[in-house]
Design a protein around this ligand. Structure first.
Ligand SMILES: [Zn+2]
Length: 413
């Protein structure tokens, strides 16, 4: 192999690779209104709402008083026409449209909407999976969301490309609400978190994992999350969630560092970031070597220590550049650092997509960056005199785009 071949081999294999997107908020078409798609959903996503309210100083209540299409028109006019759409969220919208073959010359949102009026959601999902090379997406399934739960009827048949993960946010971050809901569902959880209540919560978790066929349990946590320590959340984790994780051999995913409602006026767009406590991860990985912990952290400041911690514990699986880290400058920095510290034993990216259209730009932008970093790394290897092998490089890429997740879970593709 010549040095000049490296670029061609990496780019070809990254173009062809089948992606397993291990964390999204997507739902199959059979979940009706929960399956979000199209320009109005894409443009009114909370990333863009925050940017539009900031840029225009519009009163948030006035903004949220508008209908969805009106909000999309407002954001498009303000962020795409009156200003150059250079932020990553804005650029993402344009990448999505252009990749779908929409001509952007008219700069007219109604023209772009016409493309979507001629296609059904089922056709659109197929198209998006085809364009991006996505083979499977993992959903985030909330057992306390009544709209969602209504779709999980007994004989439900789920599109095989959609895999389930059980969301524990309400249980672990708002136990009083969870308790109230659990009682309504027939679980015996009294005022105190006693032995009976813990057994009932374990039963609840196991029933939901079975019902949804979940491949992991997941929770997003605030920056002040700390273990060990006497909190309801920690009791629930150590005496319920971890019990289930060991018994069913199912991983637990921690997404740490989100501060909800820093500005409540912005609703969903009001979430922010804070630096988290790495010792909590060291504690759980050390104390529970049988449990597989998937972890991503939201703050840039946590990334280096998280990489180092992953070197120490092979039950810790790092994944993705989450939310505010999903920007080219940070994806590149984090991916380089992870590769230098962990080789290929991590998953560089997940999309976190809530709207199908987001899969297109998030994967297109990330593939370009991961490709750039890999080319650099292989060129450095080449310079040592090591004989690179195309099959091994291909295998690295397949692992980095999802196979390693399957291996970690010991699942078959
Ligand atoms: Zn998410």
């Amino acid at each position: 192999m010549k040095k000049a071949d490296i670029r061609r081999i990496v780019e070809k294999n990254i173009t062809d690779v089948k992606i397993i997107d291990i964390h999204t908020h997507l739902f199959p078409a059979s979940f009706g209104e929960l399956a979000l798609w199209g320009p109005d959903e894409l443009i009114t996503y909370h990333y863009l709402i925050a940017e539009a309210i900031r840029a225009t100083h519009i009163n948030p209540s006035k903004f949220f008083g508008m209908g969805k299409a009106e909000q999309a028109d407002f954001i498009f006019k303000e962020l795409f026409i009156n200003r150059s759409p250079i932020s990553e969220s804005c650029r993402g919208v344009l990448t999505t449209f252009s990749t779908l073959g929409i001509n952007l010359d008219s700069m007219n949102l109604d023209d772009f909407r016409k493309f979507f009026s001629k296609i059904t959601i089922k056709e659109y999902i197929d198209k998006v999976f085809d364009i991006t090379g996505i083979e499977k997406v993992v959903m985030t399934n909330d057992p306390f969301d009544k709209t969602e739960v209504a779709y999980w009827v007994n004989d439900i048949e789920i599109d095989k490309r959609f895999i389930s993960a059980l969301r524990l946010d309400i249980l672990l971050n708002d136990y009083q609400t969870a308790r109230y809901e659990l009682i309504k569902m027939g679980f015996e959880v009294g005022r105190s978190l006693n032995g009976i209540a813990k057994r009932e919560i374990i039963r609840f978790l196991k029933e939901n994992i079975k019902k949804t066929n979940a491949v992991y349990m997941a929770v997003s946590l605030p920056p002040d999350f700390k273990m060990p320590g006497k909190t309801i959340r920690n009791t629930l984790l150590e005496e319920c969630v971890f019990e289930v994780a060991v018994e069913l051999d199912i991983p637990v995913a921690f997404m740490i560092g989100v501060k909800r409602n820093v500005n409540p006026d912005l609703q969903l767009a009001g979430g922010s970031v804070g630096k988290s406590n790495i010792e909590s991860i060291e504690y759980i990985c050390q104390k529970y070597p049988k449990i597989k912990f998937m972890t991503t952290m939201l703050s840039r400041e946590n990334q280096h220590e998280l990489c180092v911690t992953a070197r120490k514990f092979n039950n810790l699986y790092l994944f993705g550049c989450w939310w505010f880290l999903n920007n080219p400058v940070l994806i590149e920095e984090i991916t380089r650092m992870r590769m230098e510290l962990l080789g290929t034993s991590f998953l560089p990216q997940h999309s976190d997509a809530r709207v199908f259209d987001q899969l297109i730009y998030k994967w297109k932008h990330s593939k370009k960056i991961i490709s750039k970093v890999l080319i650099d790394k292989y060129e450095d290897l080449y310079d040592t005199g090591w004989p690179l092998d195309e099959e091994t490089m291909k295998n690295d890429i397949v692992n980095l785009f999802g196979r390693s997740f399957y291996n970690f879970l010991k699942l078959k593709l």
